[in-house]
Every structure is written in structure tokens, then in C-alpha cells.
Design a protein around this ligand. Structure first.
Ligand code: IPE
Length: 259
């Protein structure tokens, strides 16, 4: 059983909650509602991070803000992901979760696309007061570049490490990391990564932040500097988000060792 103090960080990928094939923000409202209801059944300490999907990737690409400074494009992209965040926070509150939107644009400083600073005290005080902070992939201020695109995949391990989280769940649109025959790989460790890397691709749709390989690399790095276990699973299957939150290990586990 989990003790009450342990923190779980859950990411819901943009391809689950939006139609990522679209050129403009298109929310999957039914999926957002279902996932919010699954989360509502969980009453321990939780941080949610969601992806941007079609509310962020097409805009970031259109204004070429991944590598080039464009204040207008940055604002348009930020306002768009903020809209998705409002939809998710509203659905969570409707389902009974005391969710608060936290925009990385307002609390993160990056340097050459990597997080240098995040205002964590506010987030941990929210968790201590039984709120659920809901962060998201965003455009953030960047000391080197002016602004840069920050993926939720980078926020998750950053937060998990500093908040001393116990488990990470990455709810994606796939059953986990798949091998060459489409079967879910059970566990990825630093020892078997080299062999597994050839199976892992980027993303099928417009994705400026690295797809599945980006996720695995972030989580593998984290597993080497902590004891946090991460699970990449399919959040599009009803029951998987609540299953993960109630302690089931589903999808692909990413951990330091085989055990
Ligand atoms: C991307 O965030 C942020 C922007 C494009 C502004 P994520 O990398 O977390 O989004 P998904 O999960 O791939 O959609």
C-alpha cells in the first residue's frame, strides 16, 4: 500500500486529450471527462502534467518557435495551451478534484531549452494543502533563446525528482514502448536500453518535442539518479489511468534495475 505522503506525478499526453492530427486546437472532450473521472477516484498526493497536442505543436511549428525567437508566435502558442489547460482543470473540478492550473510560462526559467529554475514552493504547498496542481507543456522564458518550447516530458522528471515523488505515470496513446512486432516491452533499464533503442521512434504527427524517444530518455535519466519507477501506458483505454493510480504496474516500466 502507498503511504499517504507519497507523491505521484501523472502525465496525460496531448495525443490522448486532443486530436493531434489537427492543425488547430481540437479537444477530445469525452476523453478529458473520462480521465478526469478516473482521477477523481484517487485521493493521495498527485501532480498532473498534460501535453499540448494540437493546442501547441502545430502553433509552435507554424511560428517556428522551436529554435527561433518569435514573441508573437510564443504568445499565440502559450495562449492556446492555456486554453487546453482551462478545459482540463474545469473537467477535473467538475469531477470533484481540487485542481489548479499552473502555467510553466509563469514559473519556469529555462536555459537553452532545459529547465534551470521552477517555482516549486508554491507547487509543494498546493500539494500539502490537498490541491492538485495541473501543469502542461508550454512556451517558457529562456535565458539563452528568449523563449523555448518546454515539453511536459521534461517537466515530469524535473518535478518528480525535486518533490521526491514515488511513481510516475505517462499516459500516452500507445500501450507503452513497443518492440518490432508491436508487443509492449515490459521494462527498460539503462542496461537494456541500447538494444531497445532501435524500436523507439519519434511521433507520427506534428511533434516538436521528441515523441516516444524523448519520453524514454527523460525517464531513463531520472531512473539513474533516483529510485523513481516510471510507467508508460495507454491512457486511451478506460480503466488504465485509475488502475495506474491505484498501484497497478501497467505498460512499460522504466527503472534503474531489473527486479
Ligand atoms: C509540447 O508539450 C508543448 C508545446 C508544443 C507548446 P508536450 O511535448 O508535453 O505535448 P504532447 O504530449 O507531445 O502533446
Amino acid at each position: 500500500m502507498k503511504d499517504d505522503q507519497s507523491i505521484t506525478v501523472l502525465k496525460i499526453g496531448g495525443s490522448v486529450i486532443t486530436d493531434k492530427g489537427k492543425d488547430e486546437g481540437t479537444a477530445r472532450t469525452g476523453e478529458i471527462r473520462r480521465i478526469a473521472e478516473e482521477i477523481a477516484g484517487y485521493d493521495s498526493r498527485l501532480v498532473i502534467v498534460h501535453g499540448a497536442g494540437s493546442f501547441g505543436h502545430p502553433q509552435a511549428k507554424r511560428y517556428d518557435i522551436n529554435g527561433k525567437f518569435d514573441p508573437r508566435g510564443s504568445i499565440i502558442t502559450h495562449l492556446s495551451v492555456k486554453r487546453l489547460n482551462s478545459l482540463i482543470v474545469a473537467a477535473l473540478n467538475e469531477a470533484g478534484v481540487n485542481a489548479i492550473g499552473v502555467h510553466p510560462m509563469n514559473c519556469v526559467l529555462s536555459e537553452d531549452t532545459r529547465i534551470r529554475n521552477m517555482f516549486l514552493e508554491q507547487i509543494s504547498t498546493m500539494i500539502d494543502s490537498s490541491f492538485v496542481p495541473v501543469l502542461h507543456g508550454d512556451v517558457v522564458m529562456d535565458r539563452e533563446l528568449g523563449t523555448s518550447v518546454l515539453s511536459g516530458d521534461q517537466i515530469v522528471p524535473y518535478l518528480a525528482y525535486r518533490l521526491k515523488a514515488e511513481r510516475i505515470g505517462i499516459g500516452s496513446a500507445e500501450d507503452g514502448v513497443l518492440d518490432g512486432k508491436g508487443r509492449t516491452i515490459e521494462r527498460i533499464t539503462p542496461a537494456n536500453f541500447k538494444e531497445i533503442k532501435r524500436f523507439i521512434g519519434g511521433s507520427a504527427s506534428t511533434d516538436v518535442t521528441g515523441g516516444m524517444l524523448g519520453k524514454v530518455l527523460e525517464l531513463l535519466n531520472l531512473s539513474e539518479s533516483s529510485n523513481i519507477n516510471s510507467y508508460i501506458f495507454n491512457a486511451g483505454h478506460p480503466g488504465n489511468v485509475s488502475g495506474f493510480l491505484s498501484g497497478r504496474n501497467i505498460g512499460t516500466a522504466i527503472s534503474k534495475e531489473e527486479y
